[in-house]
Design a binder for this molecule. Structure first.
Ligand code: SAJ
Length: 444
């Protein structure tokens, strides 16, 4: 008698007797695990970090968007458990994989985390299991990398096991959009995989959008992030153009943003950081290179965005020069080093590049970030300074890299002598003795 694994899994999802598994308990996996718990599933989490699993099992959340009391409640009830022992996954009927997909030094995809996670899942796989890859990756990963590995174990996709791709859309710290209310795209290998994956995610996510294939789902994510990278590159080039024309780029962007249709506001800056926007488009560029196609928009946006730290340092040099100072020997206070405002994450932050370029030119660089008291670079720790009036006054230049809301920019303008403002953070402050250079033109 052949078992109808799809019907059995659908029934177990419907009555919540299915066990949900999550591989990778970071900013994507942990919120998802909590949503599965809230939907009534028992959830098993697997992460390679002992510290992460121990912390979670003691009710400590290392993820900004997951409240400790919610986590503790699910641990205490036995609904959620986390372990570094992959055997925990043998209890799962469905497994979502949310591990990093960084770039190697060669700017090629580093699939090592996905491959390691897939190997763990395969060792614990059994008939009737659903596997969903959530990590942002090049189109074809699910079909060309994940499917053959499962078939090599003797499973038929859509019969014995089910396989789909569903991109994560987590925007850490976003007060409005979170895992439950952000629409989720799902593309399975065959209709049965899509149907089962959709049934699972619909138990905890308000809107689930099926697409016809994993490639469509993989490309959806890459379009979303490439869209951001290209539009940020466009406004960064606009800042360079405005600088040459003596126009304030922020004024131009704000004016364009009054158009109620056909325009979407992006803002220039010192470059792009984070573990997504600077990296994800390169997954698509890499894939297309293997097909002898050059992705010009992706490459051009990357070229412009990664050149912005040089533009900033040129501004600093120009500002100092106008008061007969050189970068060499000047004291520069970098204000804000996280990769975007009001968070503490420094991954791929352009602040690293700006600090390096200034120091290469002989500047003495210190930094202040209300969310980042220190960071590690080249194996040593670098500590921030307190943002005192004295620090501001003794800096030859203050460089605003990240415009955290916790900083009093009027005080910065009152105490500093020269400010290079790459984020328009000083907009609305009143003039003082300080000279303020924006990315494009003198502040009006
Ligand atoms: N940035 C600009 N100008 C802009 C917008 C952003 O210079 O107009 C810079 C930011 O300062 C930052 C970088 O780009 O350094 C990335 O910013 P981001 O707002 O895209 O934020 P991320 O990378 O934390 O998260 C993004 C998500 N953000 C938004 O949609 C607003 C979303 O694209 C994805 O869910 C997420 O990447 C991901 O995981 O892919």
């Amino acid at each position: 008698m052949t078992v109808d694994h799809k019907q059995r899994l659908l029934a177990a999802i419907a009555d919540r007797t299915a066990v949900a598994g999550v591989v990778g308990l970071g900013y994507v996996g942990l919120p998802l695990a909590m949503e599965f718990c809230e939907a009534g599933f028992t959830v098993v989490g697997f992460d390679v970090s002992e510290a992460v699993c121990a912390g979670l099992m003691s009710g400590q959340s290392h993820i900004l968007d997951v409240p400790a009391d919610q986590l503790a409640r699910h641990v205490k009830s036995g609904k959620f458990s986390a372990s570094t022992d992959e055997a925990i996954l043998s209890r799962a009927d469905a497994i979502s994989i949310a591990v990093p997909t960084p770039l190697a030094k060669t700017r090629d995809p580093d699939m090592s985390f996905v491959i390691a996670a897939a190997a763990s899942v395969e060792r614990q796989a059994h008939k009737g299991m659903l596997i969903v890859l959530e990590s942002t990756t090049y189109p074809g990963t699910t079909r060309d990398l994940m499917q053959p590995r499962l078939e090599a174990l003797g499973y038929t996709i859509g019969g014995d096991v089910f396989l789909a791709f569903s991109p994560e859309r987590v925007d850490p710290g976003n007060p409005t959009w979170h895992t439950k209310n952000t629409p989720k795209i799902i593309g399975g290998i065959g209709p049965s995989s899509t149907e089962v994956a959709k049934a699972l995610y619909e138990t905890c996510i308000d809107t689930v959008v099926p697409v016809s294939s994993p490639e469509a789902a993989e490309l959806t994510k890459l379009l979303e992030n490439t869209f951001r990278s290209v539009n940020i590159g466009l406004v960064n080039e606009m800042a360079i153009i405005c600088d040459r024309l003596g126009v304030d780029v922020w004024e131009v962007i704000d004016a364009a943003a009054t158009k109620p249709f056909g325009f979407m506001k992006f803002t220039p800056g010192p470059g792009i950081g984070g573990h997504c926007i600077p990296l994800d488009p390169h997954y698509l560029a890499w894939k297309m290179r293997t097909l002898n196609y050059k992705t010009r928009f992706i490459d051009l946006a990357s070229e412009i965005n990664s050149a912005m730290p040089d533009v900033v340092v040129e501004k600093v040099s120009r500002g100092l020069n106008e008061v007969s100072k050189s970068v060499k020997g000047s004291r520069a206070l970098v204000l804000g080093v996280a990769y975007k405002r009001d968070i503490d994450d420094m991954r791929e932050s352009p602040a690293f590049d700006v600090i390096r370029l200034l120091e290469e030119r002989g500047a003495q660089v210190v930094f202040h970030d209300p969310h980042v008291p220190k960071f590690r670079e080249d194996g040593h720790e670098r500590f921030g300074v307190a943002l005192t009036d004295d620090e501001l006054a003794k800096a030859d230049v203050v460089v605003v890299i990240t415009d955290h809301r916790a900083v009093d920019y009027q005080r910065v303008r009152d105490q500093a002598s020269l400010v290079v403002d790459t984020r328009n953070a000083l907009a609305g402050t009143t003039a003082s003795k300080a000279r303020v250079l924006s990315l494009s033109a003198l502040h009006r």
